[in-house]
Design a protein around this ligand. Sequence first.
Ligand code: ZN
Length: 389
Amino acid sequence: MKLFFTSFSLVFFLFIACKPSQKSSISTVEGKQENREVDLKVRSANQAPKNIIIMIGDGMGLTQTTAAMYVNGNKIAFERFPVVGLHKSYSSDNLVTDSAAGATAFSCGKKTYNGAIGVDSDTVACPTLLENAAALGMPTGLIATSTIVHATPAAFFGHEALRSSYENIALQLADSKVDFFVGGGKKFFDQRESDQRNLINEMEAKGRQVDDYFETPFEQVDIDPLQQFGYFTANDDPLPVAQGRNYLIPATEKALQYLDKRDVADDGFFLMIEGSQIDWGGHANLSEYIISETIEFSNAVDKVLDFAEADEETLVIITADHETGGYAIGYGSKQDSIIGAFTSDYHTGTMIPVYAYGPGSEDFSGIYENTAIYDKLVQYVKSSASRKN
Ligand SMILES: [Zn+2]
């Protein structure tokens, strides 16, 4: 009987082992090979997206979206997306992630510790989606309504063991292949405490056009797609939208025009846009702050979707790194006056919606790890650049 059981187990094991594998070999920009459980469908070249846009509403859980939708007249841009999925947001060391580990999961495909920027749980730098795209000749862009060295944008170009190393992250942006950036945090570039360098002068000397809100309002900046571009919207953190910040929509429109023009080789472009302060409204437990930031983010999503609908070769992914506030719409709320209830002034561990539009979007339905967003997108980045061959 024991022998039979052992033989049966062996046969069963062989049966399992012989099942067709769904493992996909993922090569990184450093040439390393990694095997991942990725269920990717084989695409012909004309089904692959050309441009890849990921938009991250920091701290934007389902309730944030719902509250903004009601206050916005019961409509929100995310309703235009045919595919909706959910991701599991936990980090390598905490069921409740922070923005650094959350963004690194999207940018690098690694579950890492809270506070990590573009490094794995052993603090080893991991190649990012943006770096993969740039290495393949795709123009790249980043927009944030926080500083540009804050955790979410930083995780796409930076590699730091600690998210608070803002001046080091600024050095990495100045040396990066990010073609277009718009965000706050000018002081980390030209009023540095760790050295006397002026990174704005250094970036200009290397051929980047750099402007800021002191000198020219964003709408009046004339951007040359033949040059790299950077624009600082604040010396430190930008204002909340309710206090007059108004650059997210024009920056989104100019980024799309710039990247499309800069893509002379027709390789496609990579763009990440963050609605950074939805999270800050959650930390402050302020419904109005959350809602005004989420409505502005949704308006930016509309601009991106208008572009993608006309272009027909653009994959657009909208998601969040985590929820913030344990936010709920309380009893007694009305469509135009939400009574917010909160269980936390920090992030929470709930699953997070993912909205997808365009070629490849159907792969984003279902429930999966946050790292699967990288696993899918990095394949599209590669198929985009090789699309013409
Ligand atoms: Zn936060």
